[in-house]
Design a binder for this molecule. Structure first.
Ligand code: NAP
Length: 223
């Protein structure tokens, strides 16, 4: 599969490495010229391009930019594409976004409202980049972690779940995009190391009043 990645920072590079290891082809991009990625391209054996080119290239396109850049994404080139949404809302970085601040919508609904016609799947927002690099395990390993996933498009969700599996994790069902607040920041499922069964139980028992402190995952490991 061809995987386009918009962003070339910590998460983009770690996901690129998983994808390449699994036998996929990857194009990275950033907000500058593709030539600025020449060292990574050489080290990883992948491609670089503009954000528009990465969007056109990918069967799946990973959005690995800060949330504040969501409305600069190449929406025309992303139409019809499976878009893997990593975004989390950090007001100190992203500025105050009223509907997110007031929990009126999820970050994924915000992205989907901009990327009309894209098949948005939320995944990989709920694992730290360090854990993404170190916690991949073979299928059936007793300490294999799960990653929450949500989408309104079941077929796109199945495609991304398969990628998650190939990258060394199980996919835990987090429902649709409107449900995905259950694994946003300050929720018990966010970034915790847990297997599929435990993570799906945590997701199912989280309600709007269930709030945890930042960094809670450091003290709560279930695998
Ligand atoms: N780090 C984590 O542990 C973690 C975990 C889960 C989810 N996330 C989420 O994943 C996303 C990426 O995080 P990160 O830690 O990888 O960030 P990062 O290291 O700061 O990388 C951000 C990347 O986005 C690129 N970018 C910014 N604006 C862009 C635009 N308009 N078009 C194309 N590329 C653009 C930057 O390129 P330039 O340098 O050229 O501007 C940079 O390569 C964020 O939404 C973050 O909240 C992060």
């Amino acid at each position: 599969m061809r995987i386009g990645i918009i962003g070339a920072g910590a998460m983009a590079q770690t996901l690129a490495q998983h994808a390449l290891k699994a036998g996929h082809e990857v194009m990275l991009s950033n907000s500058r010229a593709p030539e600025s990625l020449s060292a990574i391209v050489e080290a990883f054996k992948c491609y670089s391009g503009t954000a528009e080119q990465a969007a056109e290239y990918g069967d799946v396109v990973i959005i690995a930019v800060p949330l504040y850049a969501y409305n600069r994404l190449p929406k025309e080139q992303l139409k019809g594409k499976i878009v893997l949404d990593l975004l989390n809302y950090f007001p100190h970085r992203d500025g105050r976004v009223a509907p997110l601040h007031d929990s009126d919508i999820t970050t994924s609904e915000l992205l989907a409202s901009y990327l009309t016609g894209s098949r948005v799947v939320k995944a990989f927002n709920s694992i730290t980049v360090q854990d993404l690099a170190s916690d991949a395990r073979s299928i059936g390993a007793s300490d294999r972690r799960a990653i929450p996933i949500a989408s309104n498009d079941e077929e796109a969700k199945t495609t991304v779940a398969k990628l998650i599996n190939e990258f060394g994790f199980d996919a835990a069902n987090g429902g649709n995009l409107a449900d995905s607040w259950r694994f946003e920041r300050f929720r018990p499922a966010y970034c915790v190391a847990a297997n599929k069964q435990t993570l799906e139980k945590i997701l199912a028992t989280t309600n709007r009043d269930t709030v945890v402190s930042d960094g809670h995952w450091i003290h709560n490991r279930y695998v």
